[in-house]
Design a protein around this ligand. Structure first.
Ligand code: GDP
Ligand code: IMO
Ligand code: MG
Length: 439
């Protein structure tokens, strides 16, 4: 069977930690979208692993697969692999030959467009990793796929066309570039054919769809690891303040090459942070300012894993979670970071919005309308700090009453049961209430 992990909010909900815990029963962990804009954290007995591309399950020793729906920076991929090997792990990792390659010119163009937009105050606040420009090239059928790195003649032909195209774009729109090496065909060819050599030597490139279908048919348990979150989804999120891929569960099929029925027959777990954090630009109706935001930011360590930027903080937003539940069809919830809110006198949840004098239960489809939404709050009692290790060891029955009431309210409003609760970053601090994989 499959279990699909999807961020229910704006990314950084703690997906990496949940994947690590559930991977105990998985054979393969699959990334199906995004690239090294993701930063997934796994903490085991105080040791911290930060992963951008390599699926989080490899920390447990499961096989990792990077699916066709991903965009891959080979430099990050090999850096991550080397770092894991230096730390004594030996990940078995495969990558779909159909995944697209992020090239240096994608990163240059990502940043150039962000600064152009910044002049008009409409920058997205991207991670600068070249994600948008790479997906753009994929859709325009001028992208370079991982498998092409293994065929130098093909690679050279593709580069000659696309680099000239990109250079002309950079000259026309951005007055050239201060990074000429990102547009140098010979240099790009040498470096990327070199990555192709290493991919071949390590036998990493596979046709991932047939491989996963075969393993699933043989009875293996497949865990799908979404990156980003539903409100960053290019279709279902807060466009244009989104990423350029689909974190929602439907894409687990498209981005890995198995049929939608394979995903739908499994469990789909929405990962929720007990409050909101947002790294880039765009509206956030429940945003908090001042001391309260600082307190939550500091307790939760809310600084971007990829860029180090302080994350914006807000109260939990149910309209956002209702949309996420619908778009992915959650069958279970993992609610993280309950420990971070401990010590506050009271906590709030936006249960609806008010827009133009009317109550709304879901997020409007335009950014302008969402920015105009006034949250309708319900106030909950706060809960005291606790010995979270002992809560994790004993079980949900010793969770402070008010924290349990908060968690139960969210699950009942979404009509989806709680599968797991996080009370700290460590593997041991996730309480699994109902394991989504069969024994
Ligand atoms: P991801 O992108 O969804 O995998 O999440 P990130 O790793 O970017 O950010 C989540 C951060 O919160 C990481 O530092 C995690 O170690 C940490 N974390 C995850 N779950 C919990 C939790 O329940 N409590 C606390 N305090 N931290 C958590
Ligand atoms: P994980 O997987 C949080 C945000 C960026 C920006 C927008 C577009 O760790 O949850 P991009 O570089 O993708 O074009 O940036 O999306 N963003 C994330 N925010 N967590 C992430 O990933 C993110 N990946 C992208 O900050 O607002
Ligand atoms: Mg993250």
């Amino acid at each position: 069977m499959t279990v699909t992990i999807v961020g229910a909010q704006l990314g950084d909900e703690g997906k990496g930690g949940i994947v690590d815990v559930l991977a105990e029963r998985a054979d393969i962990v699959v990334r199906y979208q995004g690239g090294d804009n993701a930063g997934h954290t796994v903490v085991v007995g105080g040791d911290t692993y930060k992963l951008s591309l390599v699926p989080s399950g490899v920390i447990r020793g499961t096989v990792g697969v990077i699916g066709n729906g991903c965009v891959v920076n080979p430099e990050t991929l090999f850096d991550e692999l080397d770092t894991l090997r230096d730390r004594g792990l030996d990940p078995e990792l495969y990558i779909s030959g159909r995944a697209h390659v992020i090239m240096p010119y994608h990163r240059v163009l990502d940043r150039a467009e962000e600064s152009l937009k910044a002049d008009d105050d409409i920058a997205v606040g991207t991670t600068g990793r070249g994600i948008g420009p790479t997906y753009e090239d994929k859709m325009a059928r001028r992208g370079i796929r991982i498998a092409e790195l293994l065929y130098p003649d093909e690679l050279r032909t593709r580069l000659e066309y696309v680099v000239d195209y990109k250079q002309r774009l950079a000259d026309a729109l951005y007055d050239g570039t201060d990074q000429p090496s990102a547009f140098d065909v010979d240099q790009l060819f040498e470096t990327y054919a070199g990555y192709g050599d290493r991919l071949r030597e390590e036998e990493m490139v596979i046709d991932a769809g047939p491989y996963l279908a075969r393993r699933a048919a043989a009875g293996d348990q497949l865990l799908y690891e979404g990156a980003q979150g539903t409100t960053l989804d290019i279709d279902h999120g807060n466009y244009p303040y989104t990423t350029s891929s689909n974190p929602t569960a439907g894409y687990a099929a498209t981005g890995s090459g198995v049929g939608p029925g394979v995903i739908a027959d499994g469990e789909i777990i929405g990962v929720i942070k007990a409050y909101l954090s947002r790294v880039g630009e765009g509206p956030l109706p429940t945003e908090l300012e001042g001391d309260l935001a600082d307190e939550i930011r500091d307790r939760g360590g809310e600084y971007g894993t990829v860029t180090g930027r302080p994350r914006r903080i807000g109260w939990l937003d149910l309209p956002m979670l209702r949309d996420a539940t619908r778009a992915s069809g959650f069958t279970g919830l993992a609610l993280n970071h309950l420990d971070v809110l401990a010590g506050l006198d009271e906590v709030q949840i936006a249960v609806a919005y008010e827009l133009d004098g009317e109550e709304r239960m879901t997020v409007p489809s335009t950014t302008q309308a969402w920015a105009a939404c006034e949250p309708v709050y319900r106030t909950f009692d706060g809960w005291p700090d606790a010995d979270w290790d002992s809560v994790a060891e004993t079980g949900i029955e010793v969770l402070p009453d008010a924290a349990l009431a908060y968690a139960t309210f969210i699950a009942s409003e979404l009509d989806v049961p709680l599968a797991a609760v996080g009370v700290g970053p460590d593997r041991a601090q996730t309480l699994v209430l109902d394991h989504p994989f069969d024994d």
